[in-house]
Design a protein around this ligand. Structure first.
Ligand code: MIC
Ligand code: SF4
Length: 761
């Protein structure tokens, strides 16, 4: 069944009238991104005064929008919905869905792993399903699939705008939707019917020419782009693809590219509407949506002048020629360290990375489409015919039940199992550390290659010595057959069971199943027509769920004096370092318990150790959360100091709530990742940046700090007075990006406190 067709109709009607008005004011050609953004400006429709339409300052103006829908996954939905419940609103204002995907642990295979998850997480699933039923939210059960795949199959539509409590929400850009990852508090705004604020983005145009061939696949486009732009090159920007190469890519291939755009820090990525998207919509049972998009096609791509003179419309342009694009492998420990296959073996040897491949993992939210699996199955079939089997362990994570059932029916799964593959549950599993490995011990150096999108230290299996590389599914399978990282499948040979030298065949495959997809009839539970009677219970003695207490308003005169340093972090500090996943995922609904993972894998710059920081009060070294709790108990506020792109990666707002909960006041860094910076502001924390990045060096382990928060106002710097133990002082200038509304969140203690107060009026 097509969900929310009327909403989509409204969006298209609205878009065409609104864009006319906008063209009248701006009087210039528009990119696709601008068309979607301008047509979702708040206030909506009639109320929009032409005067409020303007050339917003890219990277400067904060602008309010009304997104069309919200999606949440189980690991972030718990906190999002606990906040929604405390806001006191009876029903969500826009179509919203919850997806149970992150909490399923991979161990022995799909069936038993799903059964185990249903048992272990029963309380959380029960909570999420009853909250969904009550507040009008669609609920996707465990096993139905990974949020982004399910959204692409059911909800995404060209020209729409959505937010999701997961950083890979941009996957829906493969279907021409502007889909943005956010923290749960942002989702609360939209579900409460309020406008949602975003800094008007810069625009990066990526021109695709030529056509992929041989072993190259859509994943290689984003792997290459990550190498060019690095993990922070897309910060504050939307990536818009254009050029003749776009139409040669399938809709799901485009989804892969947009999905992994999160790894360059981009706000989101988007492709123009084309026939490949219409084909995908039809193949997934949405003919009516395809028809509407076709009718409005001119609204769903950039104006012709943009393609002709892109330099006039984009802040940066990158061109990638698909004809000559090589397969890429990125890693280890960061997704932007990119190597074309022709240079990879040399890099492995030079860097002394473990050459033996222990496990190859394909699938996940970004690479488990019918096309991915069909192409990989073609490699597997040809390999089997040549007497080859995988030498490394090999796992397959289907992105959704719909894909899994279809590839089972069409024989691809059997082909993958025949060369040694194990099928895992339709869930995040090893991608987010939900992986019980039996083959290597903790601390043992080893290499894995995945078709996922992130490879931060310890992410997949909790082992900091696992060298994780990201590649296309095709590359993963080829390397799994070889069992070594140094195999260049484009030219090297392998030895088969009878001792003959054989070459792997480049993949072939189709993007859509000839017999159509097998629909997932059981995975979805619609909300109750009248949810007011549904009871949502939280057991007060639960260790998984905890009702939220409001954060207190700060006392500006007192709370920012004599602060201590909790930790000065050295190097990369992703949200995985701030609030680890894996075994900690089980506490995502319990703020007190999950706070015990605060910054435990970040490196202390003073001793290069993890989870070992000075407690200024006791003069002893202890774990980070322990010191934070002790300082909180003694009413000593504290700060964290960090380097570049602090909070890169996930949308998890726990990384912002935990420091707030444990008495943190400010996080001071050289720069922030977008979602994390907003999450901190929403929770009443102060994300601040050094005006002079070298001032990072002035911070000593036993300093005390005063911060002049009384002066917090838009565009004005703050001053941190650093009082060193030897009696000397430093004055450090700090920048911030707070606007008036956000200062209101800070002064109220959190953004949620403001919403809750407005409901009580
Ligand atoms: C991720 O890929 O890091 C996650 C796990 O999906 C996160 C969400 C989370 O931490 O729950 C994300 O991408 O936002
Ligand atoms: Fe799940 Fe991994 Fe996708 Fe995040 S990136 S949604 S953990 S599959």
């Amino acid at each position: 069944m097509i969900q929310d067709l009327n909403m989509m109709k409204r969006v298209y009607d609205h878009m065409s009238t609104r864009l006319q008005a906008i063209r009248g004011v701006l009087n210039r050609p528009l990119t696709l991104t601008e068309k979607i953004l301008y047509s979702h400006l708040a206030p909506s429709s009639e109320d929009l005064k032409v005067a409020t339409i303007q050339n917003f300052g890219r990277g400067k103006s904060y602008v309010d929008f009304y997104p069309d829908r919200v999606a949440m996954q189980d690991a972030t939905a718990q906190m999002a919905l606990l906040q929604f419940m405390s806001a006191g609103i009876p029903k969500v204002a826009v179509p919203s869905t919850v997806h149970c995907d992150h909490l399923i642990q991979a161990e022995n295979g799909a069936k038993s792993d799903l059964a185990a998850a249903n048992k272990d997480n029963a309380e959380v699933y029960e909570f999420l399903s009853s909250v969904s039923l009550k507040y009008g939210i669609g609920f996707w059960k465990p096993g139905a699939g990974i949020i982004h795949q399910v959204v692409l199959e059911n909800y995404a539509f060209p020209g729409g705008m959505m937010i999701g409590t997961d950083s890979h929400t941009p996957n829906a850009g493969g279907l021409g939707m502007l889909a943005i990852g956010v923290g749960g508090a942002d989702a609360v705004d939209v579900m409460a019917g309020m406008a949602w604020e975003l800094k008007w983005p810069k625009l990066i145009g990526v021109k695709l020419t030529g056509k992929l061939n041989g072993w190259a696949s859509p994943k290689d486009i984003i792997l290459k782009l990550a190498g060019i732009l690095t993990v922070k090159g897309g910060t504050g920007a939307i990536v818009e693809y254009f050029g003749p190469g776009c139409a040669s890519l399938s809709c799901t291939g485009k989804g892969t590219i947009c999905n992994m755009g999160a790894e360059i820090g981009a706000t989101t990525s988007v492709f123009p509407f084309d026939s490949r998207m219409a084909d995908y919509l039809r193949s997934t049972g949405r003919d009516a949506v395809a028809q509407m998009a076709e009718k409005n096609a001119q609204l769903l791509c950039a104006d012709i002048e943009v393609e002709k003179n892109p330099e006039k419309f984009f802040d940066q342009i990158i061109e990638i020629n698909l004809d000559t694009l090589e397969p890429h492998i990125n890693g280890p420990f960061t997704p932007d360290r990119a190597f074309p296959i022709s240079e990879f073996a040399k890099a492995v040897k030079e860097n002394k990375w473990p050459e033996k491949l222990t496990v190859g993992l394909i699938g996940s939210c970004t690479n488990s489409s019918y096309e991915d699996i069909d192409r990989v199955a073609s490699i597997a079939r040809a390999a089997a015919a040549q007497g080859l089997k995988t030498k490394a362990e090999f796992t397959i994570t289907p992105g959704s039940e719909q894909v899994r059932a279809t590839i089972e029916r069409d024989g691809q799964l059997a082909a993958l199992e025949a060369i040694g593959g194990t099928v895992l549950a339709n869930a995040c599993g090893p991608c987010i550390g939900q992986w019980k490995r039996h083959d290597v011990k903790e601390g043992e150096p080893n290499s894995i290659v995945t078709s996922f999108n992130r490879n931060f230290t310890a992410r997949n299996d909790g082992n900091p010595q696992t060298h994780s590389f990201v590649a296309s599914p095709e590359t993963v399978v080829a390397l799994a057959l070889a069992g070594t990282l140094t195999f260049d499948f484009t030219k090297d040979t392998l030895t088969n069971a009878s001792g003959a030298a054989v070459r792997l065949q480049p993949p072939t495959g189709t993007d859509l199943p000839a017999k159509g997809f097998v629909p997932d009839e059981l995975g979805f539970a619609p909300p109750a027509a009248d949810g007011s009677k549904v009871n949502v219970a939280i057991n007060p003695s639960s260790d998984r769920l905890q009702a939220l207490s409001a954060f207190q308003k700060p006392d500006l005169a007192k709370d920012f004096k004599e602060l201590a340093l909790l930790i000065k972090v050295k190097g990369k500090c992703t949200t995985d370092h701030i609030s680890a996943a894996g075994k900690w995922l089980k506490y995502r609904g319990h703020l007190d318990n999950i706070s015990n993972n605060l910054l435990i894998t970040a490196i202390n710059s003073f001793n290069e150790k993890m989870d070992t920081v000075l407690n200024i009060r006791t003069r002893n070294y202890d774990g980070v959360p322990k010191v934070a709790r002790d300082l909180k108990a003694q009413k000593i506020g504290w700060i964290v100091v960090g380097e570049e792109n602090y909070g890169e990666g996930s949308s998890r707002e726990h990384a912002a709530m935990e420091p707030r909960f444990l008495g943190g006041r400010a996080i001071i860094t050289k720069s922030f990742a977008r979602i994390h910076e907003t999450n901190l502001k929403k929770q009443g924390m102060l994300p601040l940046t050094f005006a002079q990045p070298e001032d990072y060096l002035k911070i000593r382990e036993d300093d005390r700090f005063d911060l002049d928060v009384e002066n917090l106002s838009p565009g004005k710097t703050l001053t941190l007075t650093v009082k060193h133990a030897d009696g000397s002082k430093d004055s450090i200038i700090l920048n911030h990006t707070f606007n008036d509304q956000q200062i209101g969140w800070f002064k109220a203690g959190s953004a949620l406190n403001l919403i809750a107060a407005s409901q009580k009026k």
